[in-house]
Design a protein around this ligand. Structure first.
Ligand SMILES: [Zn+2]
Length: 169
């Protein structure tokens, strides 16, 4: 094999290798993406995680905070991540984890079980704080997608809770 032929062989081999590596990477990413989405659908603890925001090989958007630890945005990201992954402990969780030795009732209003939906959408004690921000969020999104679409997409408190904790701009 001459020098030029050898060089051409190496280049062709290199291209084939790169193509093969890309093909493998695409297949592996596709597999893990599909497996992750299927796992999320089957886990009730991930109810508030919006799967359309998941991107393979990238950290969840909640971690796109350019702050330092102890900064309020960093602390918000931690709380959101815990709510999304079902590891933010509310009274209803304590009730289950202590085999019913702790009341599930919300300690703020004493009128309902304190789960994520109660905490984010229905607790009357938090309604003033909630409405202040939620009205603004609803207004901005309705302006973008129309009121009709808002009513279709956010038709229940689970969808609204997911919007609050896992909204990507
Ligand atoms: Zn309450």
């Amino acid at each position: 094999m001459g020098c030029q032929a050898s060089l051409n062989y190496k280049r062709t081999h290199q291209r084939k290798l790169e193509h093969w590596k890309n093909t493998i990477k695409i297949k592996v990413d596709k597999f893990w993406n599909e497996k992750t989405l299927a796992d999320v659908e089957n886990k009730s603890s991930l109810t508030f995680l919006n799967t359309s925001n998941l991107e393979p090989n990238k950290p969840h958007h909640v971690w796109n905070v350019k702050t330092t630890p102890n900064d309020l945005n960093y602390l918000k990201a931690i709380i959101k991540a815990r709510v999304m992954t079902g590891t933010y402990i509310l009274q209803a969780d304590k009730y289950k984890f202590t085999h019913y030795n702790v009341e599930a009732t919300c300690q703020l209003c004493c009128s309902g079980n304190e789960d994520v939906i109660h905490f984010l959408t229905t607790c009357p004690i938090l309604s003033t704080t909630r409405e202040k921000y939620f009205s603004e969020i609803r207004e901005i999104i309705t302006y973008e997608i129309t009121a009709e679409k808002w009513n279709n997409v956010f038709k229940n408190k689970t969808a609204i809770s997911q919007l609050i904790v896992d909204y990507k701009i």
